[in-house]
Unconditional design. Structure first.
Lengths: 91, 143
């Protein structure tokens, strides 16, 4: 994995921290930083493994955040349905 | 099987990531224009805030972006200082990453020093802690 992908990991980790509200985003930033440090030290295998962990943390926080949004939308639509139904029955 | 490998490579490519992130960004900004996050009840409470009662580093991001779209930089900073200030940094970092994939620019090795990543981590953790302190000058950091 090249240095640019470690930077990309860092960008995604920060976006995940800001938008997903998950402490896991912080973990992703830590592992991106570890990856960058190891890459700089010439430890390519170690850098790769840290980057992989960072990616997993990023996607898990994105997935959890999406799941929460979808649950919220389902509840919202269900409540809207319950609220509108009596009016539909009257009409 | 070969198609699978090709697809995996495409999914992991920086261009695909940029396309996905910008797609989500455009959709998200459009949603913020349609449904104002500054009106309570329009969006669900962040799960972190709901469970712990504390502000996370991202709290106020939607309100900050909605305010920023109206050109009110000061107001956006009031909702989330870190998000407002880090957006240009993230934009520059993205250009740095993508320039590596453009042939004429690939020669310029623009490396983000690891120390910058650790520094960013410290800034975020400090921001997280300080915005939860209910004392006068620090309340400005709260959303």
């Amino acid at each position: 994995m090249s240095g640019s992908n470690h930077t990309l990991n860092l960008i995604l980790a920060i976006l995940a921290t800001i938008f997903c509200c998950m402490p896991l985003g912080i973990v992703a930033i830590v592992f991106s930083a570890i990856g960058m440090s190891r890459q700089g030290a010439g430890d390519h295998a170690g850098a790769e493994s840290a980057a992989r962990t960072a990616r997993i943390c990023i996607w898990v926080s994105v997935g959890l955040s999406l799941a929460i949004w979808i649950i919220y939308l389902v509840i919202f639509v269900a409540l809207l349905g319950v609220a509108v139904l009596p009016f539909l029955a009257l009409a | 099987m070969r198609g699978m490998v090709e697809r995996t490579r495409w999914v992991g490519s920086p261009w695909a990531t940029l396309a996905m992130v910008s797609g989500v960004a455009v959709g998200g900004l459009a949603l913020l224009r349609l449904v104002d996050p500054r009106i309570p009840g329009n969006y669900p409470a962040c799960p972190f805030l709901f469970v712990t009662g504390c502000y996370c580093p991202g709290c106020g991001t939607l309100r900050a972006l909605a305010t920023l779209m109206e050109g009110d930089l000061r107001g956006a900073m009031g909702y989330n200082l870190f998000t407002t200030l880090s957006l240009p940094i993230l934009a520059v970092l993205t250009v740095v990453v993508l320039s590596r994939n453009v042939a004429p620019l690939a020669r310029f090795e623009l490396r983000v020093p690891p120390l910058a990543a650790w520094g960013l981590l410290v800034v975020i953790l400090l921001f997280w802690g300080l915005r939860n302190v209910p004392a006068h000058p620090l309340t400005w950091l709260a959303p």
